[in-house]
Design a protein around this ligand. Structure first.
Ligand SMILES: Nc1ncnc2c1ncn2[C@@H]1O[C@H](COP(=O)(O)OP(=O)(O)OP(=O)(O)O)[C@@H](O)[C@H]1O
Ligand SMILES: CC(=O)C(=O)O
Ligand SMILES: [K+]
Ligand SMILES: [Mg+2]
Length: 592
């Protein structure tokens, strides 16, 4: 077998003489037919041709027999690329959403947003127009949280997002988030919230109340609650938004005095602390995926969601188990499994969990209830780093713009927090309550968008390529070659200051390898299926297009150039580096 890395470099961009030569040659050569596609005419695009060939003479995993050949034909005769005359009839064959298209046209592709945005959908945003406003505002992924709402409600949201994609050309992916079986409160008998005042005594009970909840009573979902807690324990609601002290146990009821007043929200998470750390008694034995979660997962598979995020992951085992379950349930399913890092165990087993998953979420809400708050920032940094090194998309979630649930502008501290996540180059930022039930969902999304854009630009201007070492992750020669190609292409793109990287990818893998390098320029990812396109929408710096393409790179490139030029998305002279996973190659060229 053989792999080819070809570097086609052009001097046309900087040399008017060469451009003249090209124009002249164009006329001559365009009368010829392409040897590969008999009805194609081809302009000369480039003047010199350097090609590097890596080949391996035996099986994939035998690197000792591979070799790299570099050649420069030195004749100036040029690399000739094919381009059919007007592709007008083909224009419909490239799909990009209207918002990306407008953004590309207005700002040029150098300034497109690299950080992806996720919105949790709830009562404030479940209408079709509201969802459309979020998509227009830059939502890349819609998240539904199975902790709340009925399956019918979630089904309705999924259908609306689908309709939006079909009717308006968006590629908004859907992420389903499981409830998990940690301890949480019940739903407050229908009330949207309840206020706990300082010194008040509340009863936390595992009893079922048929005739409505008595006053100052909270249902708890975990049967072992009363046995696990001790008098004197501190009870934290939502990681400390409200605090109680356990003062008495009476059978299934636990009496607690409020020490930090605040608003209790339905189904809020509960943790109890003893001597400064979270207590993990028998509740640590609760299954990560509860029986209700399995039903929700079946629902997600049936609805064809793009991502399933698993709450309170403790080990890699549960991820592997879920992945084989999904594979058995739907043979050609491509649902990605996202591990939510929100417990002490998940931090302990971080590397193996992330290795087993298709991505991870820094779920700071619950994480901050399980480890001391001041440890959350370093945990975030570590999770982001491990994900980037292992090439898994990583989401920073929770309380990014918490104050915007109520107010139309964020606090300065919140803006700084968003900036930090962008600076760490996480793949995506997520809104929770801000978009699910806040008063200013669109404004919150606008803040994420504009802060991301500004910080990304600042970082590029400062040319602060941070030197995160990216270990080799491939397990075969072929994978190693793909990885090296992407690393080199990204480095070349930075050094040459190219306008865009193009990647032709069937599975999305090469696109993710490029994204992992966090290059300065945006990455146009061309892929054949709508589902891969939606998946790529979660990854840093990728602008996913759907395009049918062949194994012939010259044809693909020229088709793409024509289609994008016809839509004013690129122009002649733009410098592009292209890689593909069909023909492992790197090509550098000016758009003809
Ligand atoms: N489908 C829904 N229906 C009603 N309210 C919702 C829905 N989704 C979210 N919410 C509201 O938005 C808030 C924030 O949403 P979020 O998804 O962050 O949930 P959470 O309860 O904090 O749990 P998690 O730890 O799973 O994120 C919730 O507490 C809830 O009040
Ligand atoms: C998102 C989530 O589950 C959390 O922050 O806890
Ligand atoms: K959840
Ligand atoms: Mg959580």
């Amino acid at each position: 077998m053989s792999h080819t890395l070809q570097f086609f470099t052009s001097t046309a961009r900087r040399s008017p003489n060469v451009s003249g030569f090209l124009n002249h040659t164009h006329h001559t050569i365009s009368k010829l037919s392409s040897p590969r596609s008999s009805n194609c005419r081809f302009p000369v695009t480039l003047t010199s041709n350097l090609s590097i060939r890596a080949s391996s003479t035996s099986d994939l995993d035998s690197p000792s027999s591979s070799q790299v050949l570099v050649s420069d034909n030195g004749t100036g005769a040029g690399f000739v690329s094919t381009a059919s005359p007007p592709f007008v009839s083909d224009l419909s064959s490239i799909e990009v959403d209207a918002v990306t298209e407008t953004e590309l046209k207005e700002n040029g592709f150098r300034s497109t947003r690299r950080t992806k945005l996720i919105c949790t959908i709830g009562p404030a945003t479940c209408g079709f127009e509201q969802l459309e406003a979020l998509a227009v505002g830059g939502m890349n992924v819609a998240r539904i949280n199975m902790c709340h709402g009925t399956r019918e409600w979630h089904k309705m949201v999924i259908e609306r997002v689908r309709r939006l994609n079909e009717e308006k050309g968006f590629a908004v992916a859907i992420m389903m988030d499981t409830e998990g079986s940690e301890i949480h409160m019940g739903d407050l008998g229908g009330a949207s919230s309840a206020k706990a005042e300082d010194g008040e005594v509340w009863t936390f009970s595992v009893r079922a109340f048929d005739t409505g909840l008595p006053e100052h009573t909270i249902n708890v979902n975990y049967d072992g609650f009363a046995e696990d807690v001790k008098v004197g324990d501190e009870l934290l609601v939502d990681g400390g938004m409200v605090r109680f002290e356990v003062i008495e146990k009476i059978g299934p009821d636990v009496k607690c005095r409020c020490t930090d007043p605040g608003l209790l929200l339905p189904r809020a998470n509960l943790t109890f602390w003893r001597n400064g750390s979270v207590v993990r008694e028998r509740n640590a034995m609760l299954p990560t995926i509860s029986s209700k979660d399995w039903l929700d997962i079946d629902f997600g598979i049936a609805e064809g969601v793009d991502f399933i995020a698993i709450s309170f992951v403790k080990s890699a085992e549960v991820i592997n188990h879920l992945k084989s379950y999904i594979a058995a349930r739907s043979r050609d399913s491509d649902i990605s499994v996202i591990a939510k890092i929100e417990s002490i165990d998940s931090l302990k087993n971080l590397e193996e969990i992330i290795q087993a998953s298709d991505g991870a979420m820094v779920a700071r809400g619950d994480l901050g209830a399980q480890i001391p708050l001041e440890q959350v920032p370093s945990a975030q940094q570590r999770i982001v780093q491990v994900c980037r090194q292992l090439n898994k998309p990583v989401i920073v979630a929770s309380q990014l713009l918490e104050s915007m649930i109520e107010y139309p502008t964020p606090t300065r501290a919140e803006v700084a927090d968003v900036s930090e996540a962008v600076r760490q180059r996480a793949d995506a930022l997520m809104l929770s309550g801000e978009s699910a039930m806040g008063q200013y969902p669109e404004k919150a999304l606008t803040v994420l968008r504009s802060v991301s854009l500004r910080i990304e630009r600042w970082w590029r201007e400062e040319r602060r390529h941070e030197a995160m070492s990216l270990p080799a992750i491939g397990t075969s020669l072929s994978e190693n070659i793909s990885e090296e190609i992407c690393n080199s292409a990204a480095k070349m793109a930075n050094n040459l200051g190219v306008d865009a990287l193009f990647v032709y990818t069937k599975t999305g893998h090469m696109a993710s390898l490029l994204s992992r390098c966090r290059p300065d320029c945006p990455i146009f990812a061309f892929t054949t299926t709508p589902s891969v396109r939606r998946h790529l929408n979660l990854q840093w710096g990728l602008i996913p297009f759907r395009l049918s393409f062949s194994d012939d790179m010259e044809t693909n490139l020229n088709k793409t150039f024509s289609l994008l030029k016809a839509r004013n998305l690129i122009k002649s002279g733009d410098l592009v580096i292209a890689v593909s996973d069909m023909l492992q190659s790197i090509q550098v060229m000016n758009v003809p």
